[in-house]
Design a protein around this ligand. Structure first.
Ligand code: FES
Length: 107
């Protein structure tokens, strides 16, 4: 089960064992990680699951879909080159050790 570390804007860290197939958004919201809201429930319609992916893992991810690209332009906190939406990334063994930094605000 891949371990994912979520680092909140204030520096609080949460290490979560994520069942494969769960999204990074689910891993946060179902484990009490503040800083990810997931208002639309994961349908790529709200951009409140914005995360900054550790650069070392970017090439292990599938590129964002057209819809995710559009929603990434709607994030409240600045979009960076490593910005992704947590609901669009599923946990896999290849992502073990993944580090995500959470933005200052989601909405
Ligand atoms: S939970 Fe709404 S876009 Fe990810």
């Amino acid at each position: 089960m891949p371990k994912v570390t979520y680092i909140e804007f204030d520096g609080a860290e949460h290490v979560v064992d994520l069942p494969e197939g769960w999204t990074l958004m689910q891993g946060a919201t179902l484990n009490g990680v503040d800083g990810i809201e997931g208002e639309c429930g994961g349908s790529c319609g709200c951009a409140t699951c914005h995360v900054y992916v550790d650069e070392a893992f970017l090439d292990k991810l599938d590129p964002p879909s057209e819809t995710e690209e559009e929603m990434l332009d709607c994030t409240v906190s600045p979009r960076e080159s490593n910005s992704r939406l947590g609901c669009q990334i599923k946990a896999t063994a290849a992502l073990d050790g993944l580090i995500l930094r959470l933005p200052e605000a989601q909405s």
